[in-house]
Ligand binder design. Structure first.
Ligand SMILES: O=C(O)CCC(=O)C(=O)O
Length: 459
């Protein structure tokens, strides 16, 4: 297990009071995406004047696009190929998170559910989403089972590889979602991880609150994507962690209970990264691009995870567990933690329920991969719904391109297609756009399409 076993307690001992944007002096705050960005100087030692300039620049957000360029010019040489000092690397990672934004604080949903599920009182208005919850859903099991199932052992077998790879490509083009079986991730890794997640959420609220998100930081227990006081809210609590590269891990947020949790997260993370690399290699083959150079875009295998806890809701027909969204990353590996179904994907304008197969992972294409593929693969809108009497848990592990990558169509594909169907932006700009908006269906990826059309119209 990577990491310091006592580090979770550090957070309780070391108050997080130092403000990154304040320069080297006393704590202060600056407003960014709904809150000050606070950080712990002990965890992220200040590397030097160039990074201070970068911090200063972030203080001037929302002009962050040009600011990032200015900061890049002033940054340590590591970005241009010369290795960074570890402190500088951690600083950069902290900056990436800060720039990605934060969320307005909202009530804990598990606690709300305990109160409202026991009374006849209507749940708070901000959670009532009757129209959305009533949108047409196809529950027919025939259609659900039509979601492609990809057999990884067949991908790896020379006799069946070509055929299974074509099936994989077709799944990404027509569905953007598929399930993988015979994936080689040991059962024991999955079941330990599931047990520990279940144990974690079972704890009293006070024990979980130790890991609450810090404003402006995306890790920990709380909520994402709440950008306005009037916004409707999801019936779920989230817990997010950065998993890879290893030095992006902030052990303050890694739960120390149950005691095996850190180890089970670490093992699951390695297995997920291995499986996703394998799938990416076959996607490169399907697209006709060089696998090695395609995998380079995912250098260091940046990986984050979101565990979502959906409490039961007496008025389940009036709430949404997780708003319709697409994933911004490359590939997502989703594991349903218990046997309560709730994932729905939008196909041809209708919601379709997905029945997660026992022992399988659900994999989906994210916005980045849709763009890299120049629109061959589809990042599909999905949402999660809530059960009236049973809790539901899921864990999504997101795999991103490395943070200095450009998110844009692969040149080989543009050449082939005769046009780039999306704008190219730096990964940092891409992240800022994503977090600046609340979860909004395909809005994020469509905006990149539209900006290209607008550029062309203005040309
Ligand atoms: O809970 C689910 O099934 C979906 C989770 C999800 O889409 C996410 O975490 O992004």
């Amino acid at each position: 297990m990577a990491g310091d076993s006592g580090a979770a307690d550090l957070r309780r001992r070391t108050p997080v009071t130092h403000c990154l944007t304040a320069g080297a002096g006393a704590p202060s705050s600056s407003s960014f995406a709904g809150g000050p960005f606070l950080f712990d100087p002990g965890e992220f030692p200040r590397p030097g004047p160039s990074a201070l300039l970068l911090a200063d620049v972030v203080n001037r957000l929302p002009h962050c696009r040009s600011a990032t360029t200015a900061a890049a010019a002033a940054r340590p040489a590591g970005l241009h190929g010369i290795p960074l000092h570890p402190a500088e690397k951690r600083w950069e990672i902290a900056m990436a998170h800060a720039e990605a934004g934060g969320s307005l604080p909202v009530p804990n949903v598990q606690a709300l559910a305990q109160t409202y599920n026991r009374s006849d009182e209507q749940i708070p208005e901000r959670y009532i989403r009757v129209e959305e919850a009533a949108e047409e859903v196809i529950i027919d099991h025939g259609i659900s089972s039509a979601i492609p199932i990809i057999d990884v052992s067949k991908l790896l077998d020379p006799h069946s590889s070509k055929e299974e790879c074509a099936k994989l490509g077709s799944a990404c083009k027509n569905w953007g979602f598929f399930q993988v079986i015979n994936h080689g991730v040991p059962n024991e890794v999955i079941s330990n991880f599931r047990n520990d997640i279940t144990e974690f959420f079972k704890q009293p609220l006070e024990s979980k609150k130790v890991y609450s998100m810090i404003p402006g930081n995306l890790q920990g227990y709380g909520q994402h994507f709440v950008v306005s006081e009037n916004q409707k809210l999801d019936w779920a609590d989230l817990f997010s962690l950065m998993l890879r590269p290893i030095d992006s891990r902030d052990m303050r947020f890694w739960p120390s209970h149950p005691p095996s949790f850190r180890n089970s997260i670490d093992r699951y993370s390695s297995e997920a990264a291995r499986l996703v690399s394998c799938l990416l290699k076959f996607l490169a083959i399907d697209m006709g691009v060089e696998p090695e150079s395609f995998l380079e875009i995912f250098r260091g295998q940046p990986q984050s995870m979101r565990m979502t806890y959906y409490p039961p809701c007496r008025q389940a027909d009036k709430v949404v567990g997780l708003s319709p969204h697409t994933d911004r990353m490359g590939l997502t590996l989703l594991l349903q933690v218990n046997d309560v179904q709730g994932l729905q994907i939008r196909k041809d304008g209708k919601w379709i329920t997905i029945n997660a197969l026992d022992g399988a992972f659900i994999v989906n294409i994210g916005d980045t991969l849709e763009i890299l593929s120049n629109g061959r693969y589809k990042s599909i809108e999905h949402r999660a719904m809530v059960h009236p009497t049973r809790e539901r848990m899921s864990v999504a592990v997101f795999h991103a391109v490395w943070r200095d990558a450009t998110v844009g169509p692969l040149p080989e594909l543009v050449k082939n297609d005769g046009e780039a169907r999306y704008s190219s932006v730096s990964y940092m700009d891409f992240m800022k756009r994503f977090f600046a908006a609340k979860l909004s269906g395909r809005g994020h990826v469509e905006s990149l399409k539209n900006s290209l059309s607008a550029e062309m119209d203005n040309a």
